[in-house]
Write a protein that binds this ligand. Structure first.
Ligand code: RB5
Length: 366
């Protein structure tokens, strides 16, 4: 194996012993320093060099050592593609391979004795990754790494707001906002944006392992687990998103919720609701393209909870912070997926800059 190794001043002695052992075992070793136990250095410098060379596949694995191991682990894990595991004994070293497919082992020279450290590294190098359910978990880390900081936590209000600002979505949304876009194109764009968002919205759906025969060999594959999915557009504008959702999840069952705003109390009032029979055991996605004050969505969620629905998410195209806060405050267990978060609402309750009255633009109504 080709192995990259590095330490700060606190790990120099252990590093040189491990280097010797690795060379004796027949590995090719690249020592990224540091080389003096007296001259103080900053561990991130060595951690990044080593981690980047492993992530770029110039080396098969890496070994990083500092006083506690903590600093090296923190720095190395900032590099995309790195799974650096701080291990203290054989057990954690082996499990970091079996379950986490660690590609860098991190040691604390002031924590772990020389002999234990050497045995750990030896065993870690040959231990295989188990795959299976662990691959699914690692895949989630990899996906997040490619698109970090998108799961904004609304803080005190609870709940997650996931902004799906993929370039294709942003482009289509730009055309959607343009007042010159005609109803036919407008409808198509709402549909396309929704189906692109479904990719992100369904990221956490459970999958199950199955075995299939390819023309070449038997292999383990992952299919969607038999969980039920229901989609509930809020009338009328939510209907514009329905086809987009169904284009990727064609077997979803469909419910409808109709709410109007009482002119005196300004509170949402139910005028229609119809649900599929198994909605209470389904994962439910509410469709409402404009999350403005949040009052309607908040009420729709309450209606679904009242009949016993447990798992609810909201898919909107544009939201404003006020609407997000209203929903999260009332329903901190509900995730909100949006393509964009706009500035605020004007005096008439329209999202600004927004795209105008979406129902009128979808249905060319006045
Ligand atoms: C160096 O004194 C020490 O801070 C470093 O080796 C490491 O333990 C940091 O996490």
């Amino acid at each position: 194996m080709k192995i990259a190794i590095a330490s700060d001043h606190a790990g120099v002695t252990l590093k040189s012993e491990i280097c010797k052992m690795l060379l004796d075992l027949g590995h090719e070793v690249k020592d990224f320093g540091t080389y003096s136990a007296e001259a103080r250095v900053d561990y991130p410098d060595m951690a990044f060099l080593t981690a980047e060379s492993v992530a770029a596949h110039k080396y098969d694995r890496g070994v990083l050592i500092c006083g506690t191991g903590i600093g090296m682990m923190l720095a190395a894990n900032k590099v995309q593609g790195i799974r650096a595991a701080l291990c203290h004994d054989q057990f954690t070293a082996l499990l970091s391979r079996r379950h986490n497919d660690s590609n860098i082992i991190v040691l604390g020279a002031r924590v772990t004795g020389m002999d234990v450290a050497k045995e750990m590294v030896k065993a870690w190098l040959v231990e295989p990754f188990e795959g299976g359910r662990h691959s699914i978990r690692l895949q989630k880390i990899t996906s997040y790494e490619q698109k970090p900081n998108t799961m904004l936590n609304a803080g005190a209000k609870g709940g997650r707001t996931i902004v799906f600002d993929h370039p294709l979505v942003r482009h289509k949304l730009a055309v959607l906002r343009d007042k010159a876009t005609a109803p036919k194109d407008f409808r198509e764009l709402v549909k396309e944006i929704t189906s692109l968002m479904v990719y992100e919205v369904t990221r956490d759906l459970p999958v199950k392992e199955e075995v299939v025969e390819t023309p070449l060999k038997q292999t383990t594959v992952f299919k969607l687990a038999d969980s039920k999915i229901a989609v509930v557009p809020i009338l009328r504008a939510g209907l514009g998103m329905l086809d987009g959702f169904l284009s990727l999840v064609p077997n979803a069952t469909i419910g409808h919720i109709g709410l109007y705003r009482d002119p005196d109390s300004l509170k949402p009032v139910e005028y229609y609701s119809k649900y599929p029979a198994d909605i209470t055991t389904s994962t439910v996605f509410i469709l409402d393209p404009m999350l403005a004050t949040g009052g309607t969505v908040k009420e729709a969620i309450s209606m679904l909870k009242k009949i016993g629905v447990k798992s609810i998410s909201v898919i909107s195209i544009i939201a404003v912070p006020q609407g997000i806060d209203t929903v999260h405050e009332a329903h901190p267990d509900v995730d909100i997926f949006v393509a964009a978060i706009d500035e605020n609402l004007n005096d008439y309750g329209y999202i600004v800059p927004g795209l105008g009255d979406i129902s009128n633009r979808l249905f060319a109504a006045k």
